[in-house]
Design a protein around this ligand. Sequence first.
Ligand code: N01
Length: 551
Amino acid sequence: MTDMNAKDPAGTPDLDAVVIGAGFSGLYMLHRLRNVMGLSARIFEAGGGVGGTWYWNRYPGARSDSDSYIYCYSFDRDLWQKWEWSERYPEQHEMRAYLEHVADRHDLERDIRLDTTVTAATFDERTDHWTVTTDGGDSVTARYLIGAVGSLSAFNTPDFPGIESFAGDSYHTGRWPHEGVDFTGKRVGVIGTGASAVQAIPLIAQQASELTVFQRTANYIVPARNGPVDPELTRARKADYDGIWQRVRESNFGFELTFLEKGALDTPQDELERELQVRWDEGGFGIWLGAYADQFFVEEANAKVREFLHKRIREKADDPQTAELLIPKGHPFGCKRNPLDSGYYETFNLDHVHLVDVKSNPLAAITRQGVRLQDGTEYELDAIVYATGFDAMTGPLTAIDIRGRGGERLAEKWAEGPRTYLGLTSAGFPNLFMITGPQSPSVLSNMPVSIEQHVEFVSRIIADMRGRGADTIEATREAEDAWVAHNQELAEGTLFPTADTWYMGANIPGKPRVFMPNLDFVGPYRAKCDEIADSGYPGFEFTGAATEARR
Ligand code: N01
């Protein structure tokens, strides 16, 4: 009789590692595994090219909201010194060119299978290997499985009644046609006013004959102040590679930003307005992540900052009624990801641009002609742009049929919200690592900084496993429970859970309402991971011949 628990002695997998996704995370992970550690590894990538987010999001105006000098890899110092960004915030095509260059420079393409979606991954307890299956019918085994799937890659189109009946053209910002779209002379509707819409709307308005924006929730949108970077500043930055990367790695959010020492509540009104104005004028996330810490914890502090922002919105919008509609209501500033603005508010001053409130009068159906609201109002459109976001953080992983020990499905395990240890591993899923997974700082940070930290941490774990002769590493249920509770406790101490956001899963009907990013902050979280590795991996269990022999 076969002992189902016995290990397969012939257990040599096809590959050491499979990496899912060829975006920022996957490319660096492959580089580390193959070029640095000498392991065999392969990426499966659903897109027809590398770049992840920057491959798919080709809508007009798509660009990074982080400054280019830190929205990139630091691991390749020479490339960082040589690469010239054209503007403060790199545009989509420039980001894609950069990532393609990285793939080329590190000879990654030969181990990347494009146009290949991973549909399932199953852990085999007999061999301690993952079997990874793709939509092309491929099946490979690997010891390590790395989900480098991105936090915002599972695009979401709401299930509007009649959506298939629309006779015009439909687009989603997260799956934009490669050849681009010409809206000249067209009546265009944009549904959504998140970061994607905020970037796309000013440019679509330049072409469309009529542009109607359907807004459910107004956002706090702060100026980007994009443009070429002063060459002197670029030179100074290039001379300060070590300082910059040390600062961002030790920072709260992966930027060169720190909170002011005083809170908003302790700051006299004129000083508060001055400080906020400086950050408003500088552009970027300074007003959010580099101003008053208490705005995240205390409603009255947040209200003081909001008041400043409301004044700025009223200054920008000519029509007082439109201004009132553009002023966010019912959620604190900074607890819903605030987009960066390059002419967004001013766009609503144009005669052919209309803002429609679909909070008070919800969007009831998509019709053959366009959009119908609950009160029966119809908007005739030639094109609809769904800027409706993503099933964030958990969606890209739960879309794959991932099964761990005992056939447990990750999607079922996470039915009430993600359960991880460090946002990197999940108990019952040995040797599965999630780069910037839920319950890690991820989306509350400048992503490349968190990505590099996770990739380097995973590389260290794998090297340490091999060093100690371990076949598997796995989070314990106790460590995971404690991490889940820790994350919840951190979030409950802030105003974040009071807002309906994709951080909370609130944008997807039926998704559990759980705050998904980790709030330890980038620097302390990194230190925690390092400390865990330095002290022999508390919270993890190892299996393997050498490990068991040592017991
Ligand atoms: O998506 P979103 P996004 N009826 O979820 C609305 C990153 N990003 O693609 O707020 C009517 O923010 C929804 O309304 P509401 C960034 O982290 C980065 O814009 O849920 N409306 C919202 O207005 C960002 O946060 C960059 O009430 C509906 C919009 O659709 C994240 O990606 C650029 C609706 C969705 O906004 C996601 O941004 C772009 C419905 N049924 C994105 N369902 C850069 O770094 C949804 N909406 C530059």
